[in-house]
Design a binder for this molecule. Structure first.
Ligand SMILES: [Zn+2]
Length: 246
């Protein structure tokens, strides 16, 4: 007999499986990312109803079997983040946020603050957040912080110089000064201010930045994830959508 886990979770993905089942990827506060099978979830009269759709915040009972997958034995909705489904921009942002969490965090690597961040980001998107790219980048920076991968921002990551921070190098581990920027790409002052501001300010209130600065910030985040965890993140926001109102 396996053990039963009672936990909150956010549904990251929900995949059709076999005749009537679903395999769901969950992110939980205390156990991190895990996979579960919901047997019969696609039957019309399934006791799970629609509660295992992506982006649902649920309270669930999971039975640990012999394989890698848990079995879902009960689900209650805490927050369906229903208003996400009113807007293609919000849905797209939610999918990208869940995808970033899936890629950055391995199974069995729990970070309760990542769970809280993801839930907050889904709520913000559901409440009609308009400019999705700064918010998505701020979210990713906070994920990197939770994963212990936040780029070094206070001084040159190579020599410690505090002035003339004009480049970014994932290999060096953060911003670099003008004398150390051999392997770096150029970082505008505005981008630097965005990175520092986005880490320090609440998720709902990322600093404003030009498209050019946002692109540099995105590159810094992408290269950090690639270099340090070998993970390729999808773009934070589609360029066309991030420019248009929700
Ligand atoms: Zn330096």
């Amino acid at each position: 007999m396996g053990i039963t886990l009672k936990t909150e979770a956010i549904v990251l993905r929900s995949i059709r499986y076999g005749e009537a089942d679903r395999i769901i990827h969950l992110y939980t506060p205390e156990h991190g990312r895990l996979g579960a099978i919901a047997k019969g979830a696609r039957r019309a009269r399934s006791r799970f109803g629609a509660r295992l759709e992506p982006f649902f915040h649920i309270a669930t009972m999971l039975h640990e079997g012999r394989g890698e997958l848990y079995t879902v034995t009960g689900v209650d909705t805490i927050d369906s983040h229903a208003r996400l489904r009113d807007s293609a921009v919000a849905l797209d942002g939610a999918a990208r946020a869940c995808d970033a969490v899936s890629r950055l965090f391995e199974a069995g690597d729990p970070h309760p603050e990542v769970f809280a961040l993801l839930d907050r980001q889904l709520s913000l998107l559901a409440s009609g957040l308009r400019d999705t790219q700064p918010a998505a980048l701020a979210f990713r920076l906070k994920l990197l912080l939770a994963a212990g991968l936040l780029p070094h921002l206070g001084s040159c990551a190579t020599c410690g110089e505090r002035e003339h921070l004009t480049g970014f190098s994932a290999a060096a581990g953060g911003v670099v000064c003008s004398s150390c920027e051999a392997s770096a790409f150029g970082l505008d002052q505005e981008t630097y201010a965005f990175l520092v501001g986005a880490v320090g300010r609440p998720l709902a209130d990322p600093p404003p930045a030009s498209q050019r600065a946002l692109q540099q910030a995105e590159r810094a985040i992408r290269e950090t994830a690639e270099y340090h965890v070998g993970v390729r993140l999808r773009p934070a926001a589609p360029v066309a959508l991030s420019q248009s109102p929700a």
